[in-house]
Design a protein around this ligand. Structure first.
Ligand code: CIR
Length: 254
């Protein structure tokens, strides 16, 4: 059974962490409507959506991806790089503990799930303001017994590795070559984002479908040319909070 975990939008979303964008006003009602449509889209692609309760005092809690890394064999509860986000992990750990053996990133380590891109048995992990060497080493030790390699990746100009690169098919990666070195993915087919849409590298591959922001039509054309068809969703209010389509869910096989 394929499960997606999501979380209700916090009423405090407008107070979110921001790293590369300036603060612009977020319409919370529109954000809730967009999130509802995103969950409806996921509900068509997975067997069950588990919606966690709102964390009204945790502005970024809707971005559940950052709280964990779920593999078939185990799950890692992260220690998010932004201190304001650390209380988000407890409720996610409670749910995931029903499905996986849990491991926990501990201080001084930090990891955000948005930095972890699994391609086959390799975890590419962004070395960023959110994920540090100690966290990446802890992650490596947790996943090695299950046969995963960890490759640390340096980025330029974006928050997380998955802001820059995501899988759009089993052997195809969508990426922004200005933010991540495309040579890392030489074993894969690569589609580059349209230069006018630098943030378009974040796509969500689920059940062989690609959930993709409606706001990046030029990159969508490039995907279609590569015979990759997308399910468009509008997450424009979340883009103002530096969130994208992968950030708002955690998807795994139960
Ligand atoms: C943050 O800065 O932590 C949030 N405002 C955005 C997190 C987006 N998460 C993700 O890309 N995985």
């Amino acid at each position: 059974m394929l499960i997606a975990i999501t979380r209700k939008v916090s009423s405090s979303l407008a107070l979110c962490e921001l790293t590369h964008l300036s603060r612009t006003s977020i319409n919370i009602e529109r954000a809730r409507a967009q999130h509802h449509d995103y969950e409806a889209c996921l509900a068509e692609l997975v067997d069950k959506v588990i919606q966690l309760d709102e964390e009204a005092d945790l502005p970024d809690a809707v971005f559940v991806e950052d709280t964990c890394v779920v593999l078939d064999e185990l799950a890692v509860i992260t220690r998010p790089g932004a201190p304001s986000r650390r209380p988000e992990t407890a409720s996610v750990g409670q749910i995931l503990g029903r499905y996986r053996t849990l491991h926990f990133i501990e201080a001084p380590g930090t990891v955000d799930g948005g930095d972890v891109l699994r391609l086959g048995r390799t975890l590419f992990v962004g070395k960023t303001s959110r994920s540090n060497d100690a966290g990446i080493e802890q992650l490596r030790a947790f996943v090695k017994p299950a046969g995963y390699d960890v490759v640390a990746v340096t980025l330029r100009g974006c928050l997380h590795l998955k802001s820059a690169a995501t899988a759009v098919a089993e052997r195809t990666v969508l990426l922004n070559p200005g933010w991540v070195d495309a040579r890392l993915f030489e074993d894969f087919a690569v589609v580059s984002v349209d230069p006018s849409e630098p943030a378009a590298g974040n796509a969500l591959l689920v059940s062989n479908k690609v959930v993709f922001p409606a706001s990046y039509p030029k990159t969508r054309e490039r995907l279609e040319l590569a015979n990759i068809h997308v399910e468009p969703v509008d997450l424009s209010e979340f883009a103002k909070a530096e969130g994208g389509v992968t950030c708002c869910s955690v998807i795994f096989q139960a």
